[in-house]
Design a protein. Structure first.
Length: 384
């Protein structure tokens, strides 16, 4: 049942005094796409398990289809909000908190496109390979424009202060960074003349995303040194900092493995592909430890404040960034042919599943009890 409390005169009220679903839909924010980010990431994680069993691929496909259903539901719901409440789209993109979650819509797309590759290529014709290639280039262009445009807007309007800095400041650069991750998934099924350009674009985009993320790390550290840990409700968002090292590590390993040995530059320079694969592996190991350090900081901070926390949509940060972190462990283990590292990746995958299950149950309970999608409770607070 919906909560009976009347929270705002701005919310439509039913005949029994309850806030209606139409009223609650006003607070359906961009941050809801963290749900499909995490679910799609989990489906991708299931497709790369080093220790598989009969039926795992089917389970992964079911999770992927569930993610597609969720994505359609979220797009429909947020579109309904913008139609029912004219002007709310513009306000959402200008709001100092909610606007930072606009990139989560774009972050949901790589897991959908990558899932098409992982679960669909083997069962369809060449048309899907072409579709994936076109999707890659469209995604690359759109996310580059997003990274430029949103940061320019933030710089010009000066709506964010260092003392209020959260890792969500990294989110606008995250989608273009995942262009490299997407290239690492798609490139191996592409013909050589199309594969190399995708890899070059992926490396460039991954480099942009990683570099900007590292610069924002310094702002985050200054904020932590000067003002201490964020309030308990915001601490799960600290796991966002785990994402750039994890996704960069898996991207450079995946792209190096997809290099066409006998095409173009690589054909003219014997041994270049082998050297690049070795370089990618040890670079991935080098930066993985940065992600582990941030993981430990985020974990300790979250556990320390967990008794004072209530559910917010940034809890999904405990899943999505950690899926990339876990896949990077699996990829490193595969490259080094280390059973020990692969088992660590498998154990981490089980923990990811447990966390995904916990957060999705908490999410559903928060909607039922009115702790989110209510006036003053969401990322759009103050918008109306």
């Amino acid at each position: 049942m919906l909560p009976t409390r009347r929270v705002s005169d701005a919310e439509p009220e039913g005949t029994d005094g309850q806030v209606t679903w139409a009223g609650r839909l006003r607070h359906f924010t961009w941050a809801w796409f963290t749900l499909t980010m995490a679910t799609g990431g989990f489906a991708t994680l299931l497709s790369v398990q080093p220790h598989s069993f009969r039926g795992l691929k089917t389970i992964g496909a079911v999770v992927y289809i569930f993610d597609l259903v969720l994505f359609v539901f979220l797009v429909t719901s947020i579109s309904a909000r913008f139609v029912m409440y004219p002007g709310s789209l513009t306000k959402s993109l200008r709001h100092p908190s909610e606007a930072l979650f606009f990139p989560t819509f774009w972050l949901s797309l790589p897991t959908i496109i990558g899932g098409m590759n992982n679960y669909g290529v083997a069962k369809t014709g060449p048309w899907l390979i072409v579709t994936l290639r076109v999707s890659f280039w469209l995604y690359c262009a759109c996310t580059l424009l997003l990274a430029i445009g949103q940061y320019c807007y933030l710089f010009m309007n000066k709506t964010l202060l260092v003392k209020s800095m959260t890792p969500s400041w990294i989110l606008p650069i995250f989608p273009v960074m995942l262009t490299g991750t997407l290239a690492s998934i798609l490139a191996s099924n592409q013909p050589p003349d199309q594969r190399l350009p995708m890899i070059v674009a992926g490396v460039a985009a991954q480099g942009l995303g990683w570099t900007v993320a590292v610069m924002l790390y310094s702002v985050c550290l200054v904020r932590l040194f000067e003002y201490g840990l964020p309030v308990p409700n915001s601490r799960p968002g600290m796991f966002i900092c785990v994402g750039p090292p994890g996704f960069t590590a898996l991207a450079i390993i995946g792209m190096s493995n997809a290099l066409p040995d006998n095409y173009g530059y690589l054909a003219a320079h014997a041994g270049a592909a082998t050297a690049l694969r070795a370089f990618a592996l040890f670079t991935a190991v080098f930066i993985w430890m940065i992600g582990f350090w941030w993981f430990c900081i985020a974990l300790i901070s979250t556990v320390q404040g967990c008794r004072k926390m209530r559910f917010t949509l940034n809890w999904w940060a405990m899943v999505f960034p950690n899926t990339g972190f876990t896949i990077s462990v699996i990829d490193i283990g595969n490259q080094l042919e280390s059973q020990g590292i692969q088992w660590v990746g498998s154990i981490m995958s089980i923990l990811i599943f447990i966390m995904w299950l916990f957060v999705i149950c908490s999410h559903a309970n928060a909607v039922r009890s009115g702790r989110i999608m209510m006036h003053g409770q969401d990322e759009d607070v103050g918008e109306d």
